[in-house]
Design a protein around this ligand. Structure first.
Ligand SMILES: [Zn+2]
Length: 409
């Protein structure tokens, strides 16, 4: 049994029209009008495929297909939201391959032993509302729903997750986590260059990196760029530059075992002729090894404290995200490997560099992920692309892994 590749590719193209940006891009920010439109389409397709659709209070959409046994469903899916100026595969591939899997079983009139569940998680990307992986975070009981619903939009303090869920009609009734799953599989694009470079069909994802996000604000004193002597300056920009140098070099010394990135830096008042009185920057630290992750954060914090105090300045520090690394159970990764082998595809066991819903769901039930190659490793970009053949392969591996777990008799 194989999936219908043409139907899947046409459906991917259909969703790529919702929030279409340029020739190939998509911008479908969580809880926006475009998100609502994509959700409405998915809901109608779920119903058409015979699924019993549930929406939880976090806006997560779950379509259940009954099995022969009254058992916990084998779940699969991903997310329909994108980043600003995103691509047409990140997230939506996992959801639509899951839908295709159900349609394929329908075409072949196959009832699985265990029930199945297709999931679209709310706000995986965290573009307008923190934290990212929000829906799966709450579903897995890792965050407090009431707190999360109050989370304000970055660009509009009058809008919250709760108010936006109401506005798009996806503030559901069910408590997140109410349906206990047997397992969770997520098909996703790699978003990195490894599979393409090594010409491998499928990535069997063994672990996901832990992520620490912290925001720092170095505080000095604004003053005239021409009249303020050097010994008199409290130049937050200069001190921040030293920190940036240290953090940039940190991961280069660790040869990839820890990644450290300053992705955003803002001076205030941000003018050519004023010594900046504050420099706000973000720090992203990642590793698959929790000890190294914690050590990196500690060492960087020590350096920041010493440097800022040494310069006679002060700083504030705000912890935004602390996600531990996750190792997926062998029984799950082996099931993907078996499925891949049965299809005579090549595979590589590998970690995921990006965060994903499966990382959160791993706290709810045995989980894992299936990667397909990303052309030139480009993602979170309108140029994001994966070949039709790889999309088809990925969906077939998902199908085989899921029916292997759910059983067909
Ligand atoms: Zn994604």
């Amino acid at each position: 049994m194989k999936i219908n590749a043409q139907r899947l590719l046409e459906n991917l193209d259909r969703y790529a029209q919702i929030g279409k940006m340029g020739e190939t891009g998509v911008e479908r920010i969580a809880l926006s009008k475009e998100d609502q439109q994509a959700r409405d389409l998915l809901k109608s397709q779920m119903i058409e495929a015979g699924l019993d659709v549930h929406v939880d209070r976090m806006g997560n959409m779950i379509g259940i297909r009954k099995g022969k046994q009254d058992d916990k469903p084998v779940a699969f899916g991903s997310h329909l939201d994108t980043v600003y100026a995103g691509g047409r595969f990140d997230g939506v591939l996992g959801v639509l391959a899951g839908l295709e899997l159900i349609q394929t079983l329908n075409d072949n009139q196959i009832e699985t032993d265990k029930p199945l569940a297709l999931i679209n998680f709310t706000n995986e990307e965290g573009v307008r509302f923190a934290p990212d992986m929000m829906g799966s975070h709450v579903y897995a009981g890792m965050a407090d729903l009431a707190e999360i619903l109050k989370s304000p939009a970055y660009d509009n303090a009058n809008e919250s997750v709760g108010s936006c869920l109401e506005a798009i009609g996806y503030a559901g009734e069910m408590d997140p986590g109410a349906i206990q799953f047997d397992a969770y599989y997520e098909l996703h694009i790699e978003q990195g260059p490894v599979l393409e470079l090594e010409q491998i069909d499928i990535g069997v994802v063994e672990q996901v990196q832990g992520i620490y996000w912290t925001r720092y604000t170095v505080k000095g004193e604004a003053n005239h760029a021409g009249t303020t002597p050097v010994y008199y300056r409290k130049d937050a920009g200069f001190t921040a530059a030293k920190l940036q140098q240290y953090i940039g070099e940190y991961c280069r010394k660790k040869e990839g075992s820890v990644l450290t990135t300053i992705g955003s830096i803002k001076f205030s008042p941000d003018a050519i002729n004023i010594v900046p009185d504050s420099a706000m920057f973000t720090l992203d630290v990642r590793s698959t090894n929790e000890t190294l992750l914690k050590k990196a954060q500690l060492e960087i914090d020590e350096f920041i404290t010493e440097t800022v105090e040494g310069d006679g300045l002060s700083f504030e520090r705000e912890e935004m995200v602390r996600f531990s690394p996750v190792r997926f159970p062998l029984v799950m990764t082996d099931s993907v490997q078996t499925a891949t082998k049965s299809l005579r595809l090549t595979y590589k066991r590998m970690p995921s560099g990006a965060g994903h819903d499966a990382q959160m769901m791993a706290h709810h039930c045995p989980s894992t992920m299936i990667f397909i190659p990303s052309v030139r490793g480009i993602s979170h970009n309108i140029a994001e692309y994966s070949h039709d053949r790889d999309v088809e392969n990925g969906a077939n591996v998902l199908l085989q892994a899921v029916i292997g777990r759910s059983g067909i008799s």
